[in-house]
Ligand binder design. Structure first.
Ligand code: GLC
Length: 442
């Protein structure tokens, strides 16, 4: 009874926190297919990589360190990621079970990590390395079958044409002749390059919140920007980390460091959850986006797996971040975590990929997932043991074909009494993990 009450409460909560958006934008067939692929993958890797990795203080260091932009730019002159091997990166992501990679093409510091004609402050022209790291990543993704997506900052801490907002005030800009129209054209040129030089599935924008405190609401001209992008490639997915309800033209909704509908970070206040477009949560593996030498506060493999399962149970993807080092390597701890996630995914990935919320809402012991199109099987993700026997509500008419541990395939004892299903858990449940049980109906 208590469980059923819980379910009703959770269902009502979900109904209250989702919202239907009327969009005038009609996505292309290819776009709808790209959304489906995106949802099926459920797990992506976020990469924050730029010249800031040299300072090893995270991607905001130009701002948080109150550095002068010209002094900061000297990191470009020494940027030579000698150990960068795109194929090794992508293989590690694929082995972990990820389906896509979203990498910073240009962050708030204004440095472009790709070959661009719109600014010389880029990886090819301004570093001794002189090669387009994104091109290598694109080729590796293509080879391994992962999708490539780009983070792109719409705010800039060094350009004079960008109207200064809440951040980037100490970089030494004059700031006396902002010209958003000019800056907008610059962004258009760069996104066109991103769309035409690489096999780009999605553009992920960030920085909208930089003008949240303006006395006169700032017009970012996003609908026009999105139309421009979709005129070049209608299939390109657009996402914007603006922490607000989706804007017309966006193809999926992202939540920064919070599950959809939650607001533990303070970023997601009033960010209602779309019931129209796909959802994604982005989260750090430690506490930093860009490489931070002092931050060894990594989440355990178990924590990552449970977060992924939680995301899927809330109809969301997980975009898990890694901050590569300046030498081009992924931090050893991040690699070790990826390996652990991969091991679990090989045995339990069926309960994640192509799945969405299961038949019952959050429980004390964990969550449930089920294939998006329905089917006879659903999955119980046991995060912590509720005792020797687990009790779940089922329909009276349901008949059970099998109940088994997904990883080992071993059958579990169960008993169905009316609308209740009692499952006997193994005595040796793994610690700090997610033990998945597949329940198959007849
Ligand atoms: C924030 C930060 C940024 C980071 C992003 C990732 O918006 O400004 O540094 O890239 O979150 O979600």
């Amino acid at each position: 009874m208590k469980t059923i009450r819980n379910i009703i409460a959770i269902t009502m909560m979900l109904a209250a926190s989702t919202v239907a958006y009327s969009q005038t934008y009609t996505p292309s067939e290819g776009n709808i297919q790209a959304r489906k692929d995106f949802v099926n993958e459920r797990f992506g890797i976020f990469l924050h990589w730029g010249i800031y990795a040299s300072y090893a203080q995270g991607e905001w260091y130009l701002n948080t360190g109150k550095l002068n932009k010209d002094e900061y730019a000297k990191a470009a002159g020494g940027f030579y990621p000698i150990r960068y091997n795109a194929e090794e990166w992508v293989k590690a992501f694929k082995d972990a079970g990820a389906g896509y990679v979203t990498i910073t093409s240009r962050h708030h510091d204004g440095f472009s990590m790709f070959d661009t004609k719109a600014s010389d402050y880029n990886i090819v022209k301004a570093t001794p390395y002189g090669k387009d790291v994104i091109k290598d990543l694109d080729e590796a993704c293509l080879k391994e079958g992962l999708k490539l997506q780009f983070y792109y900052s719409i705010l800039d801490w060094i350009r004079e044409d960008y109207p200064i907002g809440n951040s980037g005030k100490f970089s030494g800009r004059k700031g006396d002749h902002p010209d958003y129209g000019h800056y907008f054209e610059f962004m258009k040129q760069q996104v066109k390059e991103l769309l035409t030089q690489y096999h780009t599935r999605a553009l992920w924008f960030d920085g909208y919140w930089d003008h949240s405190k303006d006395a006169i609401p700032f017009d970012w001209r996003m609908p026009e920007f999105y139309e421009y992008i979709h005129s070049i490639n209608p299939d390109c997915l657009i996402c914007n980390n603006h922490h607000r309800v989706p804007i017309d033209g966006e193809d999926y909704q992202t939540f920064e460091r919070d599950l959809p509908g939650q607001n533990t970070t303070g970023y997601s206040e009033g960010q209602e959850v779309s019931d129209v477009i796909p959802l994604e949560m982005c989260q750090t593996m430690n506490n930093s986006w860009g490489y931070a030498v002092a931050d060894q506060n990594y989440k355990s493999v178990g924590e990552i797996i449970r977060l992924l399962a939680q995301c899927v149970s809330m109809n969301s993807n997980l975009l898990l971040n890694i901050g590569p080092q300046a030498d081009g390597e992924l931090p050893a701890t991040a690699l070790e975590r990826l390996k652990g996630v991969g091991q679990w995914m090989r045995e339990n990935g069926e309960s994640i990929k192509g799945c969405g919320p299961g038949p019952i809402g959050d429980q004390e012991w964990g969550v449930t997932t089920a294939p998006v199109g329905g089917g006879k099987t659903f999955y119980l993700h046991i995060f912590k043991s509720p005792g020797a026997i687990i009790e779940i509500p089922v329909a009276k008419k349901d008949r059970i074909r099998s109940i088994s541990a997904l990883a080992k395939g071993s059958s579990l004892n169960y008993k169905k009494v009316g609308e209740k299903l009692f499952i006997t858990l193994p005595t040796d449940l793994p610690e700090d993990s997610d033990f998945v049980i597949a329940v198959t109906k007849k």
